[in-house]
Ligand binder design. Structure first.
Ligand code: FAD
Ligand code: FES
Ligand code: MG
Length: 282
């Protein structure tokens, strides 16, 4: 059981939770994630460790309530406990002194990006952060990112904050500079990462992407997170979650992520009814 120490609502459906998890707090590295389970028979969902307070033995998760499990998680409060928190899982981000690094975060992806920005800075890199969201309310960790990166560029699809643009626009400008960046790291919706790769390729800049495939066990046994990388099948939970963006088959990954869409829609609908929330009609 892991106690929730702090719960904050960051926007309409985005939450930050600080969990007591001393062993995880001491051993985690940038880029690693947890598998969280609510109830003995609850679904297992992966969430990235967005921050850590080693002295308090605490880790932070930031999540968007998009479906049944994240909606139920959002109902938990400080003082409650989570039944099962497994981690740290996945390989840490490859950190070295590359030189100039551009870290691109889309939507909730800017929270998991934060420890990578910190680690890249600590390794002596000059870090430019490009943070994008559909709208202002979905930008998270702004203050932490501004404080840590050398430069932070914010964009929104609707122009409600920062520039009205997609992340690929400032990314393209940064890649056009001389000297061009030495490395790009991108975390966000698959379609955003796919187009960051297209931009990176145009300029010949290497790019690492952190994949968010469906995961169940998180330990390499169920195969649900498999993805094509350079013509080989990889398991995101144990071989990733980060891969060379040039090699990832994003189209197949996006198709696989829709496998359970009907059941997820039904579960979300029933959950909203049960919780007395308004339901979407289609
Ligand atoms: P559902 O309605 O069940 O699903 C909504 C969508 O989420 C699905 O269409 C599918 O694309 C995805 N999804 C569903 N089940 C899973 C699953 N078991 N594993 C992965 N994706 C699933 N989200 C955050 O908000 N914050 C994070 O820090 C974060 N980190 C992640 C790290 C990794 C390594 C991965 C793989 C995913 C991460 N996600 C994160 C995504 C998060 O796991 C999903 O949003 C969550 O599982 C949705 O569950 P649900 O029941 O609420 O929604
Ligand atoms: Fe089961 Fe990766 S989540 S093999
Ligand atoms: Mg679900």
């Amino acid at each position: 059981m892991n106690k929730i120490l702090v719960k904050k609502q960051l926007s309409a459906d985005v939450y930050e939770m600080v969990l007591s998890a001393p062993l995880i707090a001491h051993s985690r590295k940038a880029g690693q994630f947890l598998i969280v389970q609510l109830g003995e028979f609850g679904e297992r969902i992966p969430l990235t460790i967005a921050d850590v307070d080693e002295s308090a033995g605490a880790v932070t998760i930031v999540f968007q309530a998009v479906g049944e499990t994240t909606m139920r998680l959002a109902l938990k409060n400080a003082g409650d406990s989570l039944d099962n928190v497994l981690g740290p899982l996945g390989n840490p981000t490859h950190i070295e002194q590359f030189g100039a690094v551009v870290c691109v975060g889309g939507g909730i992806g800017s929270a998991p990006l934060f420890p990578i920005i910190q680690a890249m800075k600590r390794a002596g890199n000059r870090v430019s952060a490009v943070i994008g969201a559909r709208t202002k309310g979905l930008i998270v960790f702004e203050e932490r990112i501004r404080r840590t990166a050398d430069e932070a560029i914010f964009v929104t699809d609707d122009g409600s904050y920062g520039r009205k643009a997609l992340v690929t626009e400032p990314l393209k400008e940064l890649c056009s500079q001389i000297p061009k960046p030495d490395m790009i790291v991108a975390i966000g919706p698959p379609v955003m990462m796919k187009f960051c790769v297209v931009t990176a390729r145009e300029f010949g800049v290497p790019i690492m992407v952190s994949l968010n495939t469906i995961m169940i066990d998180g330990t390499g046994m169920c195969g649900s997170c498999r993805v094509g990388v350079g013509g080989e099948t990889k398991f995101v939970c144990v071989d990733g979650p980060e891969f060379d963006g040039y090699k990832v088959d994003f189209d197949n990954m996006m198709q696989r992520m829709r496998t359970f869409k009907d059941r997820e829609d039904e579960a979300r609908h029933n959950c909203r009814l049960e919780l007395g929330l308004s339901v979407e009609t289609s």
